[in-house]
Each structure stands twice: as C-alpha cells, then as structure tokens.
Design a protein around this ligand. Structure first.
Ligand SMILES: [Zn+2]
Ligand SMILES: [Zn+2]
Ligand SMILES: [Zn+2]
Length: 307
C-alpha cells in the first residue's frame, strides 16, 4: 500500500528508467519512433513530477489564503501537464517530417524491439497500479496519470509494430510515418485533457448524477420548506460546493428557521461525501405564504424529522 501523495514517485521512477534506456537505444538504432517514445518518457517525468507537487498541495486543509481548500491545484497541474504534452507533440511531428526528408537507415532493430517490449511491460504494470490507486483514493489526478500511461502503452505498441515492419520489409520510412502519426495523437489527447480540466477551473456545474442526488434528498424535505431555488453547484478537486435558497414561513422564529437549514445541510453532507453546503433563507412573500397554521405544520415536520 502506497500513500496517496507518494504515488507519482512510482510513475516517475518507471518513466525515468524507460526514458534513459530508450534514449540510449534510440541513438544507437537511429529510430525516430523510439526517440519519440523516449521523449515522451522524459515528459512523463515532468508531468508526474507536477502531479506529485499538486497532490501534496491539494491534500492540504483550507488555510487563511485558500479558504475553499486547495482542490484546484490538481486541475491546474493537469492543465499545465496537457500544455506540456501538446508542445512535445508538435516537436515530434516536426522531427518526424524532417526525418522523412532526411532519409536515414535504421541499424540493429532487434535491440529496439527488446527495449519496446520491456517498456510495454513496465508501463502495463504501472497503469494497472495507477488505476487501482485512482479508484481507492478517488483522485482525478492519479486517474489522469493512469490515462496518460495508457496512451503511452498504445504508442509503445505502435513503435513495436513499426520496428517489426521495418525489420521484415526494409522500408525504413514507416518509422517516420508512424512517429508523425503518434505525435498527432499526442497533440489530440493533450487537447482533450486541457478541455476537460478547464471546465473545473471555470466552475462548471457538478455532474447531472450528483445534482439529481441533491434534488432527491431535498424532496424528502418538501414538508419543511415552501420551495428551494437558485441552486448552484461546482467542484474543486475532490470537494463539491452547493449553495441554494430555501423559502420559509415569514412568521417562523429565527431559531426554527435555522434548525431547518442546518438539518438539510447536515443531511446532504452525510449522504454526499466531501460536500460543502450553504443554505440561504428567504421569508415567503405576502400572498404566497401558506398561512399561520401552516407555519406550525412546517415546524412540526422538522421536529419529527429530528427525532
Ligand atoms: Zn507519456
Ligand atoms: Zn431567494
Ligand atoms: Zn448554522
């Protein structure tokens, strides 16, 4: 069992081992595809390094400067990671196209095949453990890390197939064509990642599923308030935020009104983990109030709930 904040170190260790061995083999064989894979591993070190610091920061409790917690450090780190990956993709594409023009043959393809097999095995083991920990700790940052290495697994397979093709057909251009395809794929996946995390950075509402959960819980209290409105949701890291207004009888005592709001807040927080709720109380408007006798009914309803 590895502590949550220590998990990126696992990724960094694997990435560093692969980066070094692929780089040596790439220079030795002259394969652009292996070089592209080595470059990806070097960026993996950087990306998982960013995750390491982000995880540490997002685990910190709210403080004076960050009263809403540090959850967005996670999203910000993922966004930076996406930009880094995108930049590499562009560089790789350029190098691959230049390689096609330059024309250079490959040597000792067998060593290349061995290193790619080794890389695939290591990456496979890494993705399995990252998936496991992402679920266990319910962390988007570890999940992004896992998804990243899953893409790498795919590109590793591509490089391996390429080396086999070059070996048996002798058409070394396949190497450059595949590496340019890989780079296009890298750019595309980085763009998707950037789009996803920017919705959290820009306070996109909670998932439809979570919102329905909240509405269902509120339904259990429809005897206790006249209505609820202006519900707003957002999330930041693992913490979810909700605020809303509830309308209560204007003749109700402050104490009773507060009790109703408190009870709903506590119930929501119990049923939805890591939820931060604020309920604002509105008095009912003249003409829409249910009458004095109904105020008593609302108060009774909340008293029976409390018991
Ligand atoms: Zn990678
Ligand atoms: Zn209101
Ligand atoms: Zn209170």
């Amino acid at each position: 069992m590895i502590k949550k904040t220590k998990i990126p170190i696992l990724s960094i260790t694997v990435a560093a081992t692969l980066a070094l061995s692929k780089l040596i083999v790439a220079l030795y064989t002259g394969s652009m595809a292996i070089l592209s894979s080595a470059l990806d591993s070097i960026l993996d070190i950087a990306a998982s390094g960013v995750n390491y610091f982000a995880l540490k920061a997002s685990e910190e409790p709210p403080d004076k400067a960050h009263p809403y917690g540090h959850g967005k450090f996670e999203s910000l780190a993922a966004f930076v990671q996406a930009l880094i990956i995108m930049a590499t993709g562009v560089y790789l594409f350029y190098k691959s196209v230049m390689g096609l023009i330059d024309k250079k043959d490959l040597s000792d393809i067998n060593t290349g095949i061995y290193i790619m097999l080794f890389s695939m095995l290591m990456t496979l083991l890494l993705t399995i453990s990252l998936r496991y920990y992402a679920k266990k700790y319910n962390s988007t940052i570890i999940l992004t890390d896992a998804m990243h290495y899953e893409i790498d697994l795919l590109t590793n397979t591509g490089v391996l197939v390429t080396l086999f093709l070059v070996k048996y057909t002798g058409v070394y251009q396949i190497d450059f064509i595949v590496s340019s395809l890989i780079s296009i794929y890298i750019i595309y996946s980085a763009f998707e990642l950037a789009r996803d995390v920017s919705s959290i950075l820009l306070d996109r509402e909670m998932s439809e599923e979570d919102q329905t959960k909240i509405r269902d819980i509120l339904k259990e209290y429809d005897e206790s308030f006249i209505d609820y409105h202006k519900m707003r949701t957002r999330s930041s890291g693992k913490t979810k935020f909700v605020d809303m207004h509830i309308t209560l009888c204007k003749n109700m005592s402050l104490n009773d009104a507060h009790q109703i709001a408190d009870l709903i807040e506590k119930d929501l927080q119990e049923k939805i983990p890591e939820l931060d709720v604020i309920i604002h109380i509105d008095p009912c408007e003249i003409g829409h109030c249910p009458g004095q006798e109904n105020c008593e009914r609302f108060i009774d309803a909340i008293r029976t709930k409390k018991r």
